[in-house]
Design a protein around this ligand. Structure first.
Ligand code: PLP
Length: 451
């Protein structure tokens, strides 16, 4: 059956972010079932889903409560638009719920179908906001190198991934990329604290070069996810706050990964003490059960946007069934105290074991916050900045060996990433750590064999 699936997949399905010819030659893993922290493939092998799908299945797979909530909503009202003076109970309840979970000054939500659409909305929204305030020249958005903000034209433009810009003529005008707070890779001789300040001051330098009168917003992920789980030094966010304080520049936190508990706080902004004017959300909003995202805005921004029509929206903005899935997901997160569990129980437990992997000869750094972490693989441990000659090869090798050991991890360059479900049990955490260690041993063996 697996061979049949693979042949049909190869014949008709183009996968995102994949070299299809190589993938088809090797054959995809066909995932057929998920339950709790585990997924099963078509050969009956199970693996612990250390990535919660794509950083989204935070409440674990296969929750019947979500299936029931979705079924109820489909039977009641499967669709209505929110364009023409209409609204509906799930949208009302979800916007209200999000407003209670976010910082008090954040009051309104514009719904989208995904994180990319949320960030496209951010671009249009912040430019429109300044135009409405009589400052149409404020157009530039400052982002960071190696950021990931999605795959649509504006999302990929906001992102700082060069290979994405190279395809399709990006970035769109008015988007500038500056330093990222990636101490392990770029900190050189500086201490993490010094480097955190320096990376923030590069944003300040950009503001001075471009001129505040031309700048609409600064956007950043509290922790860069797809860039390699880059946890900024402690000095970074306070210095950014100092730089933006008193300046007419909107702060946008891309909470698509960090939002809804990943750091052990409801939002990454809460964890780092960021006070955003806008937040992009998706993924953990519904734990990936159905696609839904949004942009949360402050009451001050909402007031400006409310004066005139904002010519923007999606057929599936506030899709009733997706809203119902998100509401049930938030109910589960609260009722099972899963965010507290990340902060106080399973998070600290997994972090201790994860950091202990730093004693392995391949590991240059083992970092984790809440339930999001990375292992930096290095060829020569004492010299932190020396990378493998063929970037990504060892990381990909380790990722594939990890699957063979029953653990899904993701490779970013030569680092390994995990972001497991918040429902991960202590036994599953032990399994994850043992599989990760075995993967490191296997990778070292294989790398030695390959020279
Ligand atoms: N922003 C961040 C920080 C992300 O990690 C992602 C996806 O991984 C996105 C935006 C894009 O979200 P989506 O894939 O739902 O469009």
């Amino acid at each position: 059956i697996t061979a049949d699936y693979r042949a049909r997949d190869a014949a008709h399905h183009l996968h995102p972010f994949s070299e299809m010819r190589a993938l088809n030659a090797e054959g995809s893993r066909v995932v057929v079932r998920g339950e709790g922290s585990w997924i099963w493939d078509s050969d009956g092998r199970r693996a612990l889903d250390g990535m919660s799908g794509l950083w989204c299945v935070n409440i674990g797979h296969g929750r019947r409560e979500i299936a029931a909530a979705v079924t109820r909503q489909m039977a009641e009202l499967s669709y209505t638009n929110t364009f023409f003076k209409s609204t509906h109970p799930p949208a009302i309840a979800l916007a209200e719920k999000i407003a209670t979970l976010t910082q008090p000054h954040l009051s309104h939500v514009f719904f989208t179908g995904s994180g990319s659409e949320a960030n496209d909305t951010v671009v249009r929204m912040v430019r429109h906001y300044w135009a409405e305030r009589g400052k149409p020249a404020k157009q530039v958005i400052i982002s960071r190198r190696n950021a990931y903000h999605g795959s649509t034209m504006a999302g990929a433009s906001l992102g700082g991934m060069k290979p994405m810009h190279a395809q399709g003529g990006l970035p769109i005008p008015g988007i500038v990329h500056r330093a990222q707070p990636y101490w392990f890779g770029e900190g050189g001789e500086m201490s993490p604290e010094e480097f955190g300040i320096a990376a923030a001051r590069d944003i300040e330098a950009a503001i001075e070069e471009i001129g505040e009168d031309n700048i609409a917003a600064f956007i950043a992920e509290p922790i860069q996810g797809a860039g390699g789980v880059i946890i900024p030094p402690e000095t970074y966010w306070p210095e950014i706050a100092r730089i933006l304080a008193g300046r007419e520049i909107l702060t946008v936190a891309d909470e698509v990964i960090c939002g809804f508990g990943r750091t052990g706080r409801w939002f990454g902004s809460d964890f780092f003490g960021i006070r955003p004017d806008l937040m992009s959300i998706a993924k953990g909003l519904s734990s990936g059960y159905l696609p839904i995202g949004g942009v949360v805005v402050s009451s001050a921004v909402a007031e400006v946007l409310s004066a005139n029509e904002f010519n923007h929206g999606f057929t599936y903005s506030a899709h009733p069934v997706c809203c119902a899935a998100a509401l049930e997901n938030l109910r589960i997160l609260e009722e099972e105290r899963l965010v507290d569990r990340v902060a106080e129980e399973i998070g600290p437990y997994l972090q201790r074991g994860w950091r202990a992997l730093a004693d392995h000869p391949l590991v240059g750094e083992a970092r984790m916050v809440g339930l999001i972490g990375a292992l930096e693989l290095v060829p020569d441990k004492p010299s932190r900045s020396v990378a493998f000659p063929d970037t990504g090869k060892v990381g990909t090798l380790a990722r594939d060996l990890s699957i063979a050991n029953g653990l899904v991890m993701r490779a970013v360059r030569d680092s390994l990433i995990i972001a497991p479900p918040f429902t991960l049990s202590f036994e599953e955490a032990d399994f994850l750590l043992a599989a990760a260690r075995k993967t490191l041993d296997d990778t070292l063996d294989a790398a030695r064999r390959l020279g």
